[in-house]
Ligand binder design. Structure first.
Ligand SMILES: [Zn+2]
Ligand SMILES: [Zn+2]
Length: 200
């Protein structure tokens, strides 16, 4: 099983950790892959080169959290680069302040102008089960959206297969993964019980 994280911030936007610190935090937590997804509108120069040059046993994806303007103001969609594949994840629907049904409509509107492959079911790493519903017809991803050390490792995805960017992206698009949460991080009663794992 590969353990991975698709949403984290660094000092290249509004995170408190440098890219090197983020990578070593997830190395210590036993992860196999990590997507760094700093905000487009806050991005500092040389971001892409810095992330691509990170030296780590982790497989590192370069990503960006896009600000997409829409009827509700704006939403966040992460664009995560593979070799040939690209993964787009609609982020933290619970943070939009709309009902799950309204959110489903909003995602459909955004998907008309912007690729969407998956939707988060977490807010800052905490499970938001009200958005884990069939009316939002996408694979549902758990992600940390970590901005600080304490935000790392609340949740993650696990999947089988090669530690290879395009294989991982295809697994997510096809829903071949499970969401996992560190013990104590599922604050609300889940509609479908996610897998709870306690760190050793
Ligand atoms: Zn966001
Ligand atoms: Zn974010």
């Amino acid at each position: 099983m590969l353990r991975g994280q698709f949403h984290v911030h660094t000092t290249f936007s509004d995170g408190t950790m440098t890219p090197e610190e983020v990578v070593s935090a997830y190395e210590r937590l036993g992860f196999h892959f990590l997507a760094v997804t700093d905000h487009d509108h806050l991005l500092k120069p040389s971001y892409g080169d810095t992330i691509a040059a990170l030296d780590s046993p982790l497989l590192i994806f370069t990503g960006i959290e896009l600000t997409i303007h829409c009827r509700k103001g704006y939403v966040h969609v992460s664009r995560i680069e593979g070799e040939r594949e690209v993964l787009h994840i609609f982020n933290h629907p619970a943070d939009l302040g709309v009902s799950p049904r309204e959110c489903a409509r909003l995602i459909a509107e955004v998907a008309a102008v912007q690729p969407i492959d998956a939707v988060e079911v977490t807010s800052h790493g905490f499970y938001t089960p009200e958005f884990d519903i069939p009316e939002i017809p996408y694979p549902k991803v758990a992600a940390d959206d970590a901005h600080t050390p304490s935000g790392c490792g609340r949740c993650w995805v696990e999947l089988d297969g090669a530690l290879e960017k395009d294989a991982i992206i295809r697994a997510v698009k096809e829903g071949r993964f499970v969401n996992c949460f560190a013990a104590g991080e599922v604050k609300r009663k889940p509609t479908k019980a996610p897998r709870i794992i306690r760190f050793a």
